[in-house]
Design a protein around this ligand. Structure first.
Ligand SMILES: NC(=O)c1ccc[n+]([C@@H]2O[C@H](COP(=O)([O-])OP(=O)(O)OC[C@H]3O[C@@H](n4cnc5c(N)ncnc54)[C@H](OP(=O)(O)O)[C@@H]3O)[C@@H](O)[C@H]2O)c1
Length: 238
């Protein structure tokens, strides 16, 4: 299972050109056959174990994994690579959360794992308006490293600034994993170098959330992983 993931991903990353002024950005997510990626306010497991192994392989070949505060609150993810061979376990990516208003709960697994030596120190990127709050101090005390940037006109954190911070910290590749708002804004940002989408053969129905963009794709490849189809492609830069 893991060998299949390696064989699929190796040529994609061997042939990719790293941008010179920012980290390489891979956007990855899973969607249902009716194009839903999430349920409002609830976790939704779409990937089967084979495509999940592919996602964990993808995590290990990036310097950082990034999710939004919504996913951090709803899914309470660990943002590490687990379904991988033992000898690769030490090579864990840097967990990063985009959290404009510092909503990350102090009880989350990312902070617990760090405190117990089972995970890397979580990095939180937040807006300068949240930079002198009690919550900031509490998160720092609980182990988080906090970076602040100016909010953009939309009230959110701008991808250019986020990638600038990661670059300064020595991150050369970042895998953006969700959730729906982050995927949507990342797709529209024009910074996506590689798109990897798992399509699971399930219907989610009207309660599901979709993402959309008008981006054209090139170098499109598909492979089945168990019951899922995984598509890898490069968005055409305008
Ligand atoms: N299918 C998949 O592959 C997949 C993967 C991961 C998660 N999910 C699902 O996605 C859902 C969570 O999605 P979500 O939309 O609620 O939360 P999200 O996308 O994880 O996080 C959104 C939050 O991130 C903050 N943010 C800061 N900068 C941003 C920017 N440039 N663009 C967008 N957001 C920015 C915003 O906080 P403020 O509002 O405070 O500004 C925003 O509310 C969960 O149900 C989870 O299970 C699905």
């Amino acid at each position: 299972m893991y060998e299949q993931a390696k064989n699929f991903l190796l040529p994609l990353y061997q042939n990719i050109t790293f941008p010179s002024n920012r980290p390489l950005l891979t956007l990855t997510y899973a969607q249902s056959i009716d194009c839903k990626i999430a349920l409002k306010g609830k976790p939704l497991l779409l990937s089967g174990k084979e495509s999940m192994a592919m996602t964990h392989r993808l995590r290990i070949i990036h310097d950082a994994i990034l999710v939004g505060s919504g996913t951090a609150c709803i899914d309470d993810p660990q943002l590490n690579a687990r379904h991988i061979p033992l000898e690769e376990m030490n090579n864990q990516p840097q967990p990063v959360i985009l959290d404009t208003h510092l909503n990350l709960p102090l009880s989350c697994r990312l902070l617990k794992n760090y405190a117990t030596g089972q995970g890397k120190q979580p990095w939180i990127i937040t807006s300068s308006s949240s930079s002198s709050t009690d919550k900031k101090m509490a998160l720092e005390k609980a182990g988080a490293k906090i970076f602040t940037i100016q909010e953009s006109a939309t009230g959110r954190l701008a991808w250019k600034d986020v990638l600038g911070i990661l670059s300064k910290e020595g991150i050369q590749s970042v895998m953006v994993e969700g959730g729906s708002s982050i995927i949507q804004s990342c797709l529209l940002s024009g910074f996506v170098d590689q798109l990897i989408v798992t399509i699971a053969p399930v219907y989610v129905g009207d309660q599901g959330i979709t993402v959309s963009a008008t981006t054209n794709l090139e170098n499109v490849q598909y492979q089945t992983f168990g019951r899922d189809i995984v598509m890898a492609a490069h968005p055409v830069k305008s």
